[in-house]
Design a protein around this ligand. Sequence first.
Ligand code: T4K
Length: 378
Amino acid sequence: MKNLEPFKERIYVTRPVFPTIEEVTEKLKDIWLSKWLTNNGPQHTMLEHELKNFLKVPCLSLFNNGTIALIVACQSLRLSGEVITTPFTFAATPHVLSWNNIKPIFCDVDAETMNIDAEKIESMITPNTTAILAVHVFGTPCDVEKIQQVADRYGLHVVYDAAHAFGVEINGQGIGNFGDISMFSFHATKLYHTVEGGALTMKNEYVKQRIDLLKNFGIKNEEEVVMPGINGKLDEVRAAIGRIMLNYVDEERQKRFHLHKIYNEELSGVAGIKLMPKCADDVKLNNQYYVIRIDEKIFGRSRDFVYDAFKNYNVYTRKYFHPLCSEFTCYRQLNSANPANLHTANLIGKQILSLPMYGELTEDDVRKICAILKMFRR
Ligand code: T4K
C-alpha cells in the first residue's frame, strides 16, 4: 500500500446500520393507523416474539435501553450487598449495581478472553455476596460453565451483561440461555439496534412476569400496583425499527466477518500486536468489534501514541475500555479496585484499542487502516 494519504472523510470506530427511509415510513404508517404509540403495542409484542426466536431463548422482555434493563434484572433477583463483576467493561455495568445500592467487587480478568477470570471469583466471595455480574466483552463468551459451578457452590445468582453479544451462540445455544438473566443492548452502535433499546432474557415465564411488572411501574392492573417499578418500556416506533433491523443483521454480520478476516490477515505476525482472542470451534461469534492490544515494548509505540497518530489520518479509534471502571473516581476507593488485585485488567486497559468495524467499511479501507498502523511501528 503506497498511498497513505489521510482518509477523505472521518472513519469512526463504528457506524450505525440504517434501514431505508421507505421501510421506516411504511412501518410508521401502520403505527399511525393503529393509534398506539407505546405500552405493549402490537409492534412491541411482535418484536418480543421475533427476538425470542432469533436469540434462541425461552423468554425475553424488551426495554428502552440496556442499562435500565440491567437495573431491573438486579431488582427482579432482589440482589443486595456485594456483587462480583469485572472492571474491564462500559461504565453502565458497575453503575447498575450502584443504582441498586449494591457494592461492586472488582475481580481481575483473564489475559486471553479479557472477561472476568472465573478462577479468581471464588476468592472474592464473602457472606455479603449475592451474585456474579459477568460481561461477554466484545462478544467473546465468558467461561459460563466454571462461573455457574462457582455460583452453584455458593448459592449465588449469575447475571450476564451480554450488551456486546447479540446472536452469539455456544454449541448452537443462544448466549442468553446462560445464568439467571442476560441483558442485551440495542443501542445504535450495536450490531443489531432499535436506535436505543435493550432486552432481558430469562429462563421462565414466572421471572418474565416479574420483570414485565418492574419495567411498567409495578402496575398489575388499574386497581393494583404491586411493586416499586420503573419506566423501562420500549415504544412502538423503536420496536418497529427493531423489526426492520432484524432483516439486516445477518448481512451486517457477514460483512463484519469478512472485515475481521482482512484485519487478521493484515495484522497477524506484526510484532507487538495481539489480535482478538480465539474462541472454541463451537462458538458462533458476532464480529461486532475488532480490538487489538499493543505491547509498547515490542511495537515501539504506545497505544496512546497510536490512538493520537491515527487521527492525523482521519481514523477515530476508541480505547474501549480505558479507563477501567475501577479507576473511576466513584469506585477507586474500593478495596477491590486496588490495581495490585487487578494486574491483568490494568495491563489490558493500557494496551487495548478498538479499530473501526462496521459493514460500510470496504476491504480497501481496512487494508489501509492496517497499513497506517504498521507504519507507526518503530
Ligand atoms: N454494558 C456494556 C458492556 C456496554 O458496552 C453498554 C453500552 C451497556 C452495558 C449499556 O447499554 P445501553 O444502555 O447503551 O443500551 C457507546 C454506546 O453508547 C454504548 O451503548 C456502548 N455500550 C458503548 C460501548 O459505546 P460511546 O459513549 O462510546 O458512544 P459514542 O456516542 O461515542 O459513539 C461511538 C462512535 O459511533 C462515534 O464515535 C461515532 C459513531 N456514531 C455514534 C452514534 C451514537 C455514529 O456514527 N452515529 C451515532 O448515532 O458509547
